[in-house]
Design a protein around this ligand. Structure first.
Ligand code: G16
Length: 544
């Protein structure tokens, strides 16, 4: 097999977003598009030559073809060994674990996360560094810069390799180990949680569960762990077959896209516990009978109860949340007497804090929760953590949540998304808000007084790196907040996210309807940003 040098010209749109490069499938299918991006990666990461690379994806359309292309580029660029998930499958947290366990130089995960798949859907590629976490901004910026000047890529004239059977093959000089994508990850979960107690819960006759894998990557993981190792009833995992188009759905575990699962938690035959994960297995949604646990509350509950899980028996050393995530976990940290860090949106910002041992748990409002066990958020991990908690407390999810609010107060929370709006209008709206920041503090709106208004900037306490313009924060004196951000993961126009939070301590006001509590703040948020005038949208597309 010979190495071929293929001349190419740059594409102008290869800047990674919040989590890797995400585009329509057709964009990735353009000749040289994927090759350019991957070659740019090899060019800026010379340590991959002679090293080990982890490779896999969420099973979406174009995953298998892309893996073959990447294997040829990796071989031509001198990678010594690739650890490949069989069937080209690897969940994002499982990839993170493999990188760490086998001391790989990095990993490539092919996924556009919760975005829809299929020929008309989205595709994506992300690079994780040697700590198992998403590439930090310095790396993604270098990658983008290299993609702007690339003029050749290296590939091999070799055949497609068998990616479905476990074992070792070679492509040129490069060794490819096709691994069971599930085993190492499932083993890790057994070290963190009390599997015996969870088994007993499943067999108590008082507990029922459904896990919706949304036809995405977690199907095989959930079947092995829940129905296999934990011996949950067969049928506990639904939509467990990974499909290239996710069965035509959005593999997005939220109230809108997992509505069928939500329905199973209501009515006389409601299950006790339900959960779902997304395309690449790093997100989670937690539901109890007649109860939805917001991701922000989920993080707070896990932090307050971490000692029940064997892997966290020593408690937490610190916690972190992304800026738009509710401040529920801040209250827990305060009571525990540990540090709580506020970071920009994007899991990559937790990496340094985890590596430095400053935090044990972290999470985001965008259905992401995780810990120091890997360097990605981890959907099934969160589900197992909740199962461990329910096994230890033998309480319905709703009671557990109510107890939490009684102890810490409640952070009512909601997020409004305006999707695929005009990109210039979205920028205009953010600029309009920025222009008025200075005059907002001190103003009273809808009976609430604003105490601060800023554009969130973050200085990483570990390496001192700075990230500016991470979203507009408006804070009121009673703890309420409005946050505006433009999403960094969309593939069409711009997506405006408005995050709203109200804090209640009054025991009589802990169990109200979220929409009612939020209504006055929603009006303020809409008026201040002139959302309808500027975007033409009278209402959000998704409310979570
Ligand atoms: C990604 C990132 C998360 C981020 C989320 C939403 O999640 O990994 O850290 O919170 O996107 O980002 P945005 O608000 O910019 O759309 P995932 O699950 O899509 O990889």
């Amino acid at each position: 097999m010979t190495v071929i040098q293929v001349p190419t010209t740059p594409f102008a749109d290869q800047r990674p977003g919040t989590s890797g490069l995400r585009k329509k499938v057709q964009v990735f299918q353009q000749p040289h598009y994927l090759e350019n991006f991957v070659q740019s990666l090899f060019d800026i990461r010379p340590d991959l030559a002679g090293g080990t690379l982890v490779l896999g994806g969420d099973g979406r359309y174009y995953n298998r073809e892309a893996v073959q292309i990447i294997l040829r580029l990796a071989a031509a660029n001198g990678v010594a060994r690739v650890l490949l998930g069989a069937g080209a499958l690897l969940s994002t947290p499982a990839a993170s674990h493999l990188i760490r366990k086998y001391r790989a130089q990095g990993g490539i995960v092919l996924s556009a996360s919760h975005n829809p798949g299929g020929p008309e859907g989205d595709f994506g590629i992300k690079f994780n560094v040697a700590n198992g976490g998403p590439a930090p901004e310095a790396v993604t910026e270098a990658l983008h810069a290299r993609s702007r000047e690339i003029d050749r890529y290296l590939t091999l004239d070799g055949p497609d390799i068998d990616i479905d059977h476990l074992g070792t093959t070679n492509l040129g000089e490069m060794e490819i180990q096709v691994l069971d994508p599930v085993r190492d990850y499932a083993d890790l979960m057994e070290t963190l949680f009390d599997f015996e107690a969870i088994q007993q819960l499943f067999h108590s006759g008082l507990f029922s569960m459904r896990f919706d894998a949304m036809h995405a990557v977690t199907g095989p993981y959930a079947r092995e762990i829940l129905e296999g190792r934990l011996r949950a009833e067969p049928g506990t995992v639904i939509n467990g077959e990974p499909l290239p188009d996710f069965g035509g759905h959005h593999p997005d575990p939220n109230l809108k896209h997992a509505a069928d699962l939500v329905a199973l938690t209501k009515g006389p035959d409601a299950v006790s516990f339900a959960a779902a994960s997304d395309g690449d297995g790093d997100r989670n949604m937690i539901l109890g009978r007649n109860c939805f646990v917001t991701p922000s509350d989920s993080l707070a509950v896990l932090a307050a109860n971490a000692h029940h899980a064997p892997g966290y028996a020593g408690g937490v050393v610190g916690v972190a949340r992304s800026m738009p995530t509710s401040q529920a976990v801040d209250r827990v940290a305060e009571q525990l007497g540990v540090e709580c860090y506020e970071t920009p949106t994007g899991w990559k910002f937790f990496g340094n804090l985890l590596d430095a041992g400053r935090i044990t748990l972290c999470g985001e409002e965008s259905f992401g929760t995780g810990s120091n066990h890997v360097r990605e958020k981890d959907g099934l991990w969160a589900v197992l953590f909740w199962l461990n908690l329910l096994a230890a407390k033998r309480q319905p999810v709703l009671d557990l949540l109510h107890d939490h609010w009684r102890r810490f107060g409640r952070n009512y929370y909601t997020r409004h998304d305006y999707e695929a709006i005009d990109a210039d209008a979205a920028q205009g709206l953010m600029e309009h808000l920025r222009a008025h920041l200075a005059e907002l503090p001190g103003r009273t709106l809808g009976g609430r007084t604003l105490t601060y208004a800023d554009d969130f900037a973050y200085r990483d306490p570990v390496d001192g790196s700075e990230s500016a313009r991470q979203g507009i924060r408006l804070g009121f004196e009673d703890g309420a907040r409005i946050v505006y951000r433009l999403s960094g993961t969309g593939t069409e126009g711009a997506t405006l996210r408005v995050y709203l939070e109200v804090y209640e301590r009054d025991p009589k006001r802990l169990f109200l309807d979220t929409a009612e509590v939020m209504a006055p703040l929603v009006d303020i948020a809409r008026d201040l940003a002139e959302i309808e005038q500027r975007t033409g949208r009278a209402a959000p597309d998704v409310i979570t």
